[in-house]
Design a binder for this molecule. Structure first.
Ligand SMILES: [Mg+2]
Ligand SMILES: [Zn+2]
Length: 193
């Protein structure tokens, strides 16, 4: 089963920066190459699941309806570009809610993969934050940090206790790397001993 998890802001679309949120479709801007990357994932048979914390809803900064509208538009734009999103899962809680879905917890991942026979250890999670990498590790995925969002340099990772398996500039380069590893004999990682 070819399956991949992606964070949204900072991976697919431009992170609004700081502690800001994407609060309207007008604020949603696809990052360069992300639509092409999603198209190539579909072409190679990947099911793409988006898992995203959107605590701005829980904080009352924007509504669930606005988030749904953004999601509908995102799905349509991805499809118009030849890609497909299999599942889009959000946690709209705040950290004080102590839910089971806010990353780095596993809830969103489990919901997205529900009913599928997926070996998490064989699939990738691409994110742009320390929390994403911790979440990916917690569920046992291979993790890729992209430098197109909150983290701008690989050097920032040096102090992290849990480090990403791979660091790439953006989603496009991350997906190219995955495709190149897929094409190796036996699907072995280039980095395997
Ligand atoms: Mg992000
Ligand atoms: Zn939650």
């Amino acid at each position: 089963m070819k399956f991949i998890f992606l964070d949204r802001d900072g991976v697919i679309n431009k992170d609004p920066g700081g502690s800001l949120y994407v609060t309207s479709w007008e604020d949603f801007h696809f990052l360069p190459g992300s639509l092409e990357a999603l198209k190539s994932l579909k072409k190679k048979g990947y099911l793409v699941a988006v898992v995203s914390n959107q605590a701005g809803v829980g904080k009352g900064i924007y509504t669930r309806e606005i988030l749904s509208k953004i999601t509908e538009n995102m799905i349509r734009a991805v499809e118009a570009a030849g890609g497909e999103l299999y599942s889009v899962q959000y946690c709209t809680h705040t950290s004080e809610d102590n839910c089971d879905c806010r990353k780095p917890k596993a809830g969103l991942f489990k919901t997205a993969a529900k009913g599928l026979n997926i070996d998490f250890s064989k699939i990738y999670f691409i994110g742009d934050t320390k929390r994403d990498i911790e979440a990916g590790r917690a569920i046992g995925c291979k993790t890729i940090l992209v430098l197109s969002g909150k983290i701008k340099s690989g050097q920032e990772v040096e102090g992290w206790e849990i480090k990403p398996d791979i660091i790439k500039r953006d989603l496009f380069e991350a997906v190219e790397e995955i495709h190149s590893r897929d094409s190796l004999p036996g699907g072995r990682s280039k980095l395997s001993p």
